[in-house]
Ligand binder design. Structure first.
Ligand SMILES: Nc1ncnc2c1ncn2[C@@H]1O[C@H](COP(=O)(O)OP(=O)(O)OP(=O)(O)O)[C@@H](O)[C@H]1O
Ligand SMILES: O=P(O)(O)OC[C@H]1O[C@H](OP(=O)(O)OP(=O)(O)O)[C@H](O)[C@@H]1O
Length: 215
């Protein structure tokens, strides 16, 4: 049976394609794409399509994609009606709490405002710390918000730390580590167990891993 795989475009794209190639998949047409979005594997009965991170979950949950490759950040923030099967160890970064030097949101007395692209993750994190903060949803350049006084701190992704550093911000805490995960549609895993397990095995083999993670 044919398998459909949703790949997150953007930052994860190159590394995911490299890993699939290493695992024996004929994915060269995705590498050489122009504006094309759907691709057929040249060696296996697999179809790929490229989507934005949140849409990857949507396509998998609706069963249009049997498998998806998406960042843990997106998974933690969004719906959870799928199986998370494998940590690919690529797209590594972390969620951090940051703000202006000497102005930690943890030390502020009174109302605390946090800017973030990830309000669900931020809310859960601060509630676990016993802090009922006000969350301000920001869609990009999150580092700007504390600089301009929109908020007391941010919850955002840090990879190299360059964006924080160049804007004079410091890290106050790490929320969690992030990497790309393989998710699987629940019904597909029953109907196409053999084919999906084969893809997981192929990926694990090139990762040099033996265990499948489920959280
Ligand atoms: N420095 C980083 N910044 C953001 N995401 C990163 C970084 N490094 C790795 N990632 C991972 O790559 C995934 C895709 O990020 P990307 O920036 O391409 O898309 P996005 O977050 O939807 O942003 P945009 O709307 O700008 O396309 C993230 O969900 C995360 O898992
Ligand atoms: O630690 P660094 O290596 O500097 O990377 C972290 C930055 O990358 C992401 O932003 P992105 O480039 O996706 O742009 P955005 O602000 O528009 O979301 C993230 O939100 C940080 O701003």
């Amino acid at each position: 049976m044919s398998i459909a795989i949703a790949l997150t475009k953007g930052r994860l794209e190159k590394e995911t394609i490299k890993l699939l190639e290493k695992s024996g998949y004929g994915i060269e047409s995705v590498k050489n794409k122009g504006r094309q979005l759907v691709f057929q594997d040249s060696q296996k009965d697999v179809q790929y399509f490229l989507v934005k991170a949140n849409d990857c979950i949507t396509y998998v949950q609706h069963g249009v994609a049997d498998i998806g490759v998406v960042g843990k950040d997106t998974l933690l923030e969004g719906d959870k009606d799928y199986y998370e099967m494998l940590d690919l160890g690529i797209g590594k970064c972390k969620f951090i709490v940051a703000g202006l030097q000497g102005k930690s949101p943890f030390d502020k007395v009174g109302h605390v405002k946090i800017g973030t692209k990830y309000p669900n993750i931020a809310k859960k994190y601060f509630l676990a710390k016993g802090m009922d903060v006000e969350l301000i949803k920001i869609d990009g350049s999150v580092e700007l918000a504390p600089l301009l006084g929109l908020c007391d701190g941010i919850v955002d992704i840090m990879e190299t730390g360059t964006t924080l550093k160049e804007n004079g911000l410091v890290v106050f805490d790490t929320v969690c580590e992030i990497s790309a995960r393989v998710i699987v549609n629940k019904a597909s895993f029953k109907l196409k167990r053999k084919e999906i397990s084969q893809v997981l095995e192929d990926l694990k083999e090139s990762l040099g891993e033996n265990d499948v993670t489920t959280n």
